[in-house]
Design a protein around this ligand. Structure first.
Ligand SMILES: [Ca+2]
Ligand SMILES: [Ca+2]
Length: 447
């Protein structure tokens, strides 16, 4: 009943073909028979454990965090959530891991917890001593580097967001808060919204209504939208964050940079079973949980024809949107030391091979001036950064050599992603350049 059956698998394929085609794995969500309702999802820093947050349908018991072994699907344990010694009886709509802490978004606040270990889940509770008021109901949560993205649910007049969240035809926003190395929100500026003093976000993205989950990568933003027993929708957009931002006016009078999700820039769109909730990217995989199998909804939604899903999914939805291995050849005028776009966009999970052809002699060799370049460059040997983030999210590849010889090559395996730009460090010596110098870039998909 509560577990998976072969017929279940078959009907998933029949009803949600796109999901079945990108489904990597699915494991049962624990604690549904006890009356808990799934909301948040994230992977713990050890990356093999998946955590979900659930609230209780009678609202008197502490909301819980359940830990599941991501490979076997084994339920490792359940931890009641406490705040300042009292049970957290909140909606716990989203969770994420950032700076080594587990963060829970619930009813207008972000709660910081120590990230639990599988051992800690055997008994005991998970306690938070720190929380932050944010400018929304905080219905879902995801992390992107040191940013926490807090999303909110909007629907009709019952779930209406603050007026400054509704712009450019959008019903709601997701707001980013930066977490510093000590695990504190890196913002002390506050302003008043609806009688609450909230932290000022660093940037915002305007989103449609019915958002239950939102997750950010360098290149893509994924949202899950759902309401009631109807099919949910998963939409993946090209990230608008490299565009020119709007200046969004806050209640305090200040402004914050804002971006708008562009429906024209939809990469993937697919139907999901009813009750899709919080999201999280894990590399190129996307985690999503469902609330439709909770005791609160299960029978009622079944009668309405909903597909009841009692598992969480790990999807690989952007495989088709990632470019295949490919080569680009870039000619470089060696007498011009400026930056130039290489016509390559590197995505997370990809590496870049740089192969130089032709010959170039540089006029000066002040390699010490370039912190990403080793200073012991031998003649004919390629030296470069491993890829440095530049302005507007571009990836800067500085080429620092005395002399390039044909066939010198290098693999750049960046942590980050973005447009690739190339630069020669110094002016080339015209007397020693025959103009044939070029760089061949090959993008490789890891794993
Ligand atoms: Ca929710
Ligand atoms: Ca999440």
């Amino acid at each position: 009943m509560w577990g998976e059956s072969p017929s279940h698998r078959l009907s998933l394929r029949e009803r949600y073909r796109a999901v079945a085609e990108c489904l990597v794995e699915a494991h049962p969500i624990p604690e549904l028979p006890a009356g808990f309702v799934p909301q948040g999802i994230a992977r713990l820093p050890d990356s093999s454990t998946v955590a979900l947050s659930l609230y209780h349908d009678r609202g008197r018991r502490a909301s819980i965090l359940v830990l599941v072994d991501g490979e076997s699907g084994t339920h490792l344990g359940s931890l009641p959530l406490h705040v300042n010694g009292s049970p957290l009886v909140g909606h716990v709509g989203g969770i994420a891991v950032c700076r080594g802490y587990l963060w829970v978004a619930s009813e207008g606040r972000l709660y910081r917890f120590k990230s639990p270990s599988a051992e800690a889940a055997i008994d005991g509770v998970l306690s938070s001593e720190m929380s932050f008021a944010v400018d929304s109901e905080a219905d879902c949560l995801s992390s992107q580097g040191d940013l926490l993205w807090v999303g909110e649910f909007a629907h009709g007049s019952r779930y209406r967001t603050a007026s400054h969240h509704r712009q450019n035809g959008c019903a709601a926003w997701a707001a980013a808060y930066r977490v510093d190395e000590a695990g504190m929100i890196d913002s002390t500026a506050t302003y008043e919204v609806g009688g609450r003093s909230v932290l000022r976000p660093e940037l915002v993205v305007f989103v449609p209504d019915q958002v239950q989950g939102i997750a950010f990568r360098e290149d893509f933003i994924a949202i899950s939208t759902s309401y009631g027993p109807a099919d949910s929708r998963l939409t993946v957009y090209d990230s608008p964050l490299t565009q020119q931002p709007l200046a969004v006016e806050l209640h305090s009078g200040g402004t914050v940079p804002g971006y708008v999700l562009d429906e024209q820039k939809t990469v993937v769109r697919m139907a999901l079973p009813a009750g899709a909730e919080d999201l999280e990217w894990s590399g190129r995989q996307l985690l999503v949980g469902f609330e439709g199998a909770a005791r609160r909804y299960r029978s009622r939604w079944s009668l309405s024809g909903a597909f009841i899903e009692d598992r969480y999914y790990v999807l690989d939805p952007v495989a088709d949107a990632l470019p295949a291995d490919g080569q680009v050849r870039v000619r470089i005028d060696a007498t011009d030391p400026g930056w130039r776009p290489a016509g390559v966009r590197l995505l997370p999970g990809q590496s870049l091979e740089v192969r130089c052809q032709g010959r170039i002699t540089l006029q000066k060799h002040r390699l010490d001036d370039y912190p990403y370049v080793t200073a012991d460059g031998q003649s004919g040997e390629l030296r470069s950064s491993s890829g440095v983030r530049g302005p507007n999210g571009c990836l800067l590849v500085k080429i620092g050599v005395k002399v390039y010889a044909a066939g010198a090559d290098l693999v750049i395996d960046p942590e980050t992603a973005g447009e690739v730009q190339l630069a020669i460090l110094e002016n080339g010596d015209p007397a020693n350049n025959d103009g044939s110098f070029s760089v061949e870039l090959t993008v490789r998909n890891r794993n």
